[in-house]
Design a protein around this ligand. Structure first.
Ligand SMILES: Cc1cc2nc3c(=O)[nH]c(=O)nc-3n(C[C@H](O)[C@H](O)[C@H](O)COP(=O)(O)O)c2cc1C
Length: 196
């Protein structure tokens, strides 16, 4: 995008267009999201701590303000999400010079048509291995490349889960030589300018 957009409505629409483009475009900065959530503390009695990890943006439904992420149903982030479903995701595109901070409410599906239909498409792809590991993410290993027991049959989808994120707030930041700009959009897409 070379033209510098001036209206809040067009910037909001462009955010969703670029999110959709990111799902189809390898190398698009917004294809990878930093997904932050709240984790239990290491020591009892302390407050929860921020946790963050990289995830791939798989699908976008702009009309429903929805993002879709795939994960392993045993990953620790799911317990965090279930206990506090309001999270923040962040992405940066060097090509656009745009950062998005997305406040979103998450739900997780581990079965049902939405899971089985996506698994049917994914299971013949090499990345299906990510959801077939016999050991759960974060399980302790004796060596870095410890040989795991055989994976379940590829027909199985027992470790595949789908995270649906409904975006409730977009914080858009543009870095630009002629002056940075920032705007915040609510869950209806109504925006206002804020100091970058
Ligand atoms: C480039 C990249 C892409 C990743 N994509 C995903 C993903 O789409 N889903 C996922 O669950 N983990 C993904 N991961 C792994 C996570 O960052 C994280 O290590 C793993 O999910 C365990 O997170 P948790 O312990 O917070 O549950 C990705 C990591 C990298 C480096």
């Amino acid at each position: 995008m070379t033209e510098r957009l001036t209206s809040l409505d067009r910037i909001h629409a462009a955010c969703w267009q670029e999110l959709e483009a990111a799902t189809r475009t390898r190398g698009h900065g917004w294809r990878l999201l930093a997904l932050a959530s709240l984790a239990p503390p290491d020591h009892a009695g302390e407050p929860p701590v921020a946790d963050v990890r990289t995830v791939v943006l798989r699908e976008v439904q702009a009309d429903a303000r929805q993002l879709v992420i795939y994960t392993d149903s045993r990953s620790p982030k799911l317990a965090q999400i279930r206990s506090q479903p309001q999270v923040t995701a962040m992405c940066w595109s060097p090509a656009l010079s745009w950062q998005l901070r997305l406040r979103a409410r998450l739900t997780v599906d581990t079965d049902g048509l939405g899971v089985s239909s996506r698994w049917a498409r994914l299971k013949m792809h090499p990345s299906a291995q990510d959801y077939l590991s016999p050991l759960p993410p974060g399980a302790a290993l004796d060596t870095p490349a410890q040989q795991a027991p055989p994976a379940p049959d590829r027909g199985s989808r027992e470790f595949f889960a789908v995270i649906f994120a409904t975006v409730e707030r977009i914080d858009w930041l543009e870095l630009h030589a002629e002056g940075h700009r920032r705007a915040v959009f609510d869950d209806h897409g109504a925006g206002h300018w804020v100091t970058p």
